[in-house]
Design a protein around this ligand. Sequence first.
Ligand code: ADP
Ligand code: MG
Length: 888
Amino acid sequence: MPDSNPQRQWQSLSPREVTALLDSSDAGLTTAEASRRLSTYGPNALPTPRLPGFPRLFLRQFASPLIYVLLAAMAVSLGVGKLADATFIGLILLLNALIGALQEYHAHRSAQALRKLMVNRVQVVRDGETIEIPGEELVPGDLVLLGSGDRVPADLYLLEAKGLEVDESVLTGESLPVGKDSDLLCAPDAPLAERFNQCFAGSLVASGRGRGVVTGTGLATEVGKLSLSLESAEEAKPPLFQRIERFSKKLTIALLVSVALLAAIELARDTPPLLIFMTAVALAVSAIPEGLPMALTVVLSIGTRRMVRRHVIVRKLVAVESLGSCTVIAADKTGTLTENRLTASEVALLDDRNYHIGTNHPSDEVIERLCRVAALCNEAEVHKTDDGQWQGSGDAVDQALLAMACKCGIERGHLLARYPLCSQIHYEPALGYAATLHNDGERGLSCVKGALEKLLPMCSSMATAAGDVPLDNSRALDAMKSLAERGARVLALAEGKLPASDRVFPEQLHNLCLLGLVGMVDPLRPEAAQAVSDCRTAGIHVCMLTGDHPHTALSIARELKLADREDGAVTGMELARAEAQGSRAVDQLTSGTRVYARVSPDQKLTIVQSLQRQGEFVAVTGDGVNDAPALHSAHVGVAMGERGTEVAKESADLLLTDDNFASVVAGVEEGRIAYRNIRKVVFFLISTGAAEIVLFVLSTAFAMPLPLTPVQLLWLNLVTNSVQSVGLALEPGEGDEMQRPPRPPRESLFDPLMLRRVITSGLVMGGVAFSCFYWLLQQGWQVEQARNSVLLLMVLFENVQVFNSRSEVRSIFHQPFFSNPVLLLGTLAAQGLHILSMYSPLMQGVLGVSPVSLAHWTGLLSLAMLQLLAMELLLRISNWRESNTAAG
Ligand code: ADP
Ligand code: MG
């Protein structure tokens, strides 16, 4: 068992002491030992913040000004001895809080379930082999490998650090990355920020590679001791919520003013003040859409659950809706549009000889040298499985190169014994190449691989069948072009002989001999072409970004039908030149461009910002450390959940669990459905409220008695309405979401269409209900009897209106009636509940209702159907106008 005293000053101990204390070795722990330690030390995780329990959520529902008013109303009812009314208000409050708490609880739970899906995978050495495990399974003594973009999974003592720079801002607040050095011993009292031979859980690797032994996990880490939460602090409310809240507030003020006016008029008319007070309260509660923000949360969290089924994990709730409104998707080529399963298919030598790998690999000296570089300058591991497939770990390019070397009969192990590794420059996308330096007896051997443009300046000769000859650039470029035009990713390989081997890089990378080019095919994802065409139908521009050569990029873009024959590619160099001229020049370059090639990772940000300046709503996909700024500044950042680095994932709003472009498109569709559902719920809640206001305004204007009692109003709103609105949040898509262009980014929820529909509904429902009330009183009905009918009519109106809310663009006769069972059940439940109370003696007393004849019920239902007709007519008119303007 290791001695992992939390007080120990690891930074002042030597690597040997640390490894001994932790009972670890170069081969890492054994699996058995690791699981023993896991049961002793527990999982490497910080306790997640506890969710508010149901009782808390329930109580929280009462913290709203409207509820205070209702509570006051309840107190007043009690004070004047109206026990039944008070009880009823109390019950409704409870029910309302229950529904609210249930919804919120559900939203919290699904957010938590989502968090569980996001595991941090870590590379460790166990039983002498490098494997990947979930970060939670780390134990003290484990040997961990770090690479750029990783999140440090536990506190580590560094045994090795190569260009390792770590962002420790979580712990130290220092935003610039700190360089690490495994060869330094630090003072026992060195502060965190100055322990250069340690890495701390929660910090992010900005660049380089490292190897370290775990000194502390979970709560025993420095973050754990500070009991810091790694989750970023709660963010500012997103614009959608702000807009909804602002609207709610405005509406509330307008409604309060009109209710106060009505109350004043009634008061002048000698209506009893108590009745006026109660009615005013009920009317305000009914018409004010205080439930809107919650309804929004519910719709969005339903959206997140749907997205998970389509391989999209939502990190920020509003991203559901934002994805639906994006107008441009800037997609990575490698791994998103293609599978990133590279196979070296072809070798082009510089004397115009071309070979297909796997069919005929001649015993050729140049090929042999090429394969030697491919195997030596390599960070991957591969082996052949029993069924003849190649499997491995590490960078896809390196795996392909290693497999190629194996196929040509070259064994990496043998080579390394013959040419021991001295030093190494790791591949970083911003660098564009990788290099290793080996001992070759008295001399040194350097192996370099990377983009041809990067290698050409380093080379002075090239290999041919007739020996090494002076380099001919145009020959190399021609070979490159012919490989790239077939869509292959091209890597150039070169080697150099050095007088001595122990000098520093990279000054020695010159006078190299270019050996040849390897073309690698990366199969397109089968769904990608369809997804690109779906985007086109949905009015979304797709652009492709890659570090590959323009010819490779264009060839693949054409295969995907993302670009046509005429399209060219904008290269990183052109972009850099435009950047020097200012943002106008950049915008000119990016407008209409679909393919970007040889772009450096940080140019992604330039492209995104330029598109945003042009008014586009941009979604970006990314996976690397260098993608983080672009992911962050895009309207919607989408990170690859499988292959993406932790840094990229943390900057993104959404994660794709299958790294597949088609999932982004599925997410767009779900986002559009969610936005529509928000509109549906909003329309339903506001239009029924408007109807009640119209009904009361008309009654007051015509000096009639109040058409509904306070209790009836509350019933209508807090019971029958809520039962139904939940169903609307669950509406499935209408099927044409991806056939329409994205909505304009600035479009408000309350656009002319929404206003038209709300005003028409309010006038029709309120007007019909008023006429019914008026007519019944004219017929000599008692006020109570007339109210009974008006109330029933209003419930029927709600039942009808929920179907009107199901679509803004589709006739009610074209809706699949049974596609939303919850909505149907909700409607039946609302009507059923009301009919039940008409027959229940208790409710009869409280609610002032009584049974009606079937004929009467049918009569009222036909009146309610008028609302359906009205909305249908409105739809026809706007469709007709639309087609007229389109034709004209
Ligand atoms: P993408 O943006 O499409 O993922 P990359 O930035 O990964 O493209 O690759 C761009 C270029 O960098 C490739 O065309 C290749 O020339 C070179 N390259 C990629 N991976 C490696 C590697 N492991 N070693 C050396 N060079 C590489
Ligand atoms: Mg890449």
